[in-house]
Structure formats: C-alpha cells, structure tokens
Design a protein around this ligand. Structure first.
Ligand SMILES: Nc1nc2c(c(=O)[nH]1)N[C@@H](CN(C=O)c1ccc(C(=O)N[C@@H](CCC(=O)O)C(=O)O)cc1)CN2
Length: 293
C-alpha cells in the first residue's frame, strides 16, 4: 500500500458547522413567530429509506425544526400518494417537504415530484425549480449537488475552469449538478458520463474533479484518476461486505482531495435539506413583515 496523498473532505464536521448556523437562524425565526416544519413522505418499508427519513427528523430536532412524518404502505396506488402530497401542500405547519426516493415500482416518481407545491419543494427536484436553476433565477437547490459544491469550496478545491466529470445521470445528483458547476459563479466545464459512455476511464482520467454517482461499487479505480484530482464519492451500494461507495480503495493514494463515503457528501445532503426548509421559512417571515397589517 502506498501513502495517502488526498486531503479527506470531512462531511460530518462541515455539516456541524451548517447546523450551528441553522440553529441561530431558527431562533431568529421563532422570535418573528415563524417555526419551520419539514414534512417527509415515506412509502413502504425499505430499511435504507426508513433510516434516511429517521435521520432527517433527528436532524430537525437538533436545529429546532418541526417534524411532520407521513408513512404509507408499500402497496398503495398513485391516488393515495397524491392525496398525501395534496395534504402537505396545504398544511400550514409544513414549510417544506420531500417524497423519499425511490418509490415502489407501481408509483410514478416524476408525477409525484410534479405534484409537490414548488414553493414547498425542499429537495429542489420539482420541474419548476430545476427550470429556475436552468434560467439562473432563485430556487431551492437540489441538496446533494449543493452539498458537493459546499464541500469542495470549504476545502478550497479550485473549481473555476476545472474539468468536472460526473458519472451517473440520476435525478438527485447527476442530472442537476452540471447546472450548478456551469453557473458563472462556478465556471467549470462539465462532462456527464453514464452507462452509454464509450471510454469511461479516458473521460475520468482527464478530470480535475470527479463526481462518482453511479451506484456501482468500486467503479472508479486508482488507475482512472489523474494525480492530484478531487474525487467525490456519492454512490452507495449495499453489498455482502456492507456499504460500498463508487470509489475503489487506493484512490486516496492518487487523488489530491477525496470526499469519502460514508462521511463525505451524505451528511451534507441532510444539512442542505434543512437549509432549504429554513430559507423558505425566512422568505415567509420576510413576506409577513412586508405585508401591511
Ligand atoms: N427525496 C430524496 N430521496 C433520496 C435522496 C434525496 O436527496 N432526496 N437521496 C438519497 C438518500 N438520502 C437522502 O434522502 C441520503 C443518503 C445518504 C445519506 C448519508 O448521510 N449517508 C451517510 C451514511 C449513512 C449510512 O451509514 O447508511 C454518509 O454518507 O456518511 C443521507 C441522505 C436517495 N433518496
């Protein structure tokens, strides 16, 4: 084994910094009579999804956000899911909410995401909000991409002018992160790779920043990484050996920075979910203050 060269990007420490800031902002909101509330819709009993949702509510308790949990059986039809979404759309205690993904196969994920009131879309995955991201107008940003950018900035990874290679075209990361990296404020150049990419190794090798979000254990090997590059491991798979990321062992001996998995981007996904909820509550408080009584 060679020596580790990479600086590890510590997602938990960075999350704790964000939580400290959120606690202060939630207290300031309370003084103005506004209490942020996060809703979650969990369908079925997938243990991983249930654990992620529990984690979101335990984060809420840490920063003073109200939790509104909706749990539905795994065999429901679209109409029952729609009814729960409609209820949260009109629930005044719910400032923002998410539908936990993936949904059971009989349900239409895109239709569920579209039904969410865009102003309550805490995941930033509603088509209106993704469209606003394309237009460059303010919108809640998707949580994992926002977390990745925050983590890279926090550790001074150069982004402007960087060649970024994203591996994976899923809705929560791959498809939206290019929109963030190519904003004028970031100015990176992005290549989005997927299962149809002809020579993945060649694409990854020329990247200054690699975002691995394919959900294929050990996909990114040390030989594929340019020495000194930043590698962000987002994908997660449950294997017989436990949780495995998309990045193979040994990459930390080639990379300049490594966001590990676990302990990298995951905690920030949760932190930016709460940030989106608090930001919505701050907009509500500002609207109340500017409305004549
Ligand atoms: N509606 C959504 N569904 C899903 C999202 C999402 O952002 N919105 N992302 C993932 C799951 N997810 C949040 O929902 C999530 C996954 C992982 C983590 C995390 O903190 N992981 C830890 C490790 C946890 C473990 O040991 O199991 C880490 O990386 O350190 C947070 C959130 C799919 N669905």
């Amino acid at each position: 084994m060679g020596a580790v060269t990479a600086t590890l990007l510590d997602g938990k420490a960075t999350r704790d910094e964000i939580f400290e800031d959120l606690k202060t902002r939630v207290s300031a909101l309370a003084a103005r009579g506004v209490v942020p509330g996060l809703g979650t819709v969990l369908v079925g009993d997938d243990p991983a999804s249930a654990a992620y949702v529990r984690g979101k509510h335990s984060d809420c308790a840490k920063v003073g956000i109200t939790s509104i949990a909706r749990q539905l059986p795994g065999d429901i039809g679209q109409a029952e899911l729609d009814a729960t979404i409609d209820e949260l759309n009109t629930n005044p205690e719910c400032t923002g909410y998410i539908v936990q993904l993936p949904l059971p196969k009989q349900l239409d994920e895109n239709s569920a995401l579209e039904r969410i009131d865009p102003s309550k879309d805490a995941d930033g995955l509603h088509p209106v909000n993704l469209g606003r991201l394309v237009l460059g107008t303010p919108a809640p940003l998707p949580c994992t991409p926002r977390g990745i950018l925050h983590l890279l900035r926090r550790y001074d990874v150069p982004i402007a002018g960087a060649n970024v290679v994203v591996v994976g075209r899923g809705i929560t990361v791959g498809r939206s992160i290019g929109l963030l990296f190519t904003r004028r404020s970031e100015n990176a150049t992005v290549t989005l790779c997927h299962t149809g990419t002809r020579d993945l190794a060649a694409e990854v090798r020329r990247a200054d920043i690699v975002v691995a979000a394919a959900g294929v254990p050990g996909l990114i090997t040390p030989e594929m990484v340019k020495p000194g590059a930043a590698v962000v491991d987002v994908g997660v798979s449950r294997t017989e050996d436990g949780l495995r990321g998309d990045v193979a062992p040994g990459v930390d001996e080639v990379a300049g920075w490594l966001s590990p998995n676990p302990g990298g981007v995951g905690p920030l996904t949760r932190a930016f979910l709460l940030t989106n909820v608090v930001e919505r509550a701050e907009r509500i408080a500002a609207d109340l203050a500017s409305t004549p009584s």
